[in-house]
Design a protein around this ligand. Structure first.
Ligand SMILES: CC(C)(COP(=O)(O)OP(=O)(O)OC[C@H]1O[C@@H](n2cnc3c(N)ncnc32)[C@H](O)[C@@H]1OP(=O)(O)O)[C@@H](O)C(=O)NCCC(=O)NCCS
Length: 151
């Protein structure tokens, strides 16, 4: 198993993983792939999972999307992808979010030490829950709390 940045030749593999989730992110993946914002978990030449992250959340690191092929879930793949991103965000606060209904993603983030920092009613009836994790012992929480927002 290797974790690596995705390239243009990975598009079809990303789409295959995407189709296992209940949403169409084809154009989004095309755009983020061009910007080199996608990282994949690959085994024997097959993409099993991907993560999309960049600095487009108020210039702060943000994990936008993680998807793992159903038959490879609960094997630590998403956790390994998030760890890959975390390693590149030392001395920063890394953010992510998920719908209130997405218990799997919430457990995943909370298990990795992410703290809830707000909710936004993006999808009416299924609010987006925001999380953050501070990735340095030198960045204590004192004075560094992000704004809490809720609608
Ligand atoms: C959410 C998702 C990315 C998790 O991927 P994964 O590779 O299965 O996650 P991991 O194996 O790294 O899980 C790590 C921990 O997260 C928690 N977790 C993961 N899936 C869970 C589930 N379905 N229910 C409860 N807890 C879960 C557990 O604590 C797990 O540790 P454990 O297996 O030792 O109990 C995957 O279920 C998925 O692709 N879902 C569809 C797409 C999606 O909803 N993405 C998130 C929105 S951006």
């Amino acid at each position: 198993m290797i974790i690596r940045e995705a390239g243009s030749g990975d598009f079809e593999g990303l789409l295959a993983v995407m189709r296992s989730a209940p949403w169409d992110k084809t154009q989004y993946l095309e755009r983020t792939l061009e910007r080199r914002n996608v990282v994949v978990a690959e085994l024997d030449g097959h993409i099993l999972a991907y993560i999309v992250w960049n600095l487009e959340f108020f210039s702060l690191p943000f994990i936008w999307l993680v998807t793992v092929l159903p038959e490879y879930r609960r094997k630590g793949l998403a956790s390994r992808l998030i760890a890959w991103v975390e390693e590149r965000c030392t001395n920063q606060r890394l953010y992510s979010s998920t719908n209130r209904s997405n218990v799997a993603m919430q457990r995943l983030l909370e298990g990795r030490g992410y703290r809830r920092c707000g909710e936004v009613d993006v999808d009416p009836g299924d609010a987006e829950v925001f999380y953050h994790k501070t990735l340095s012992v030198n960045m204590g929480d004192d004075g560094l709390e992000p704004p809490t927002f809720a609608l």
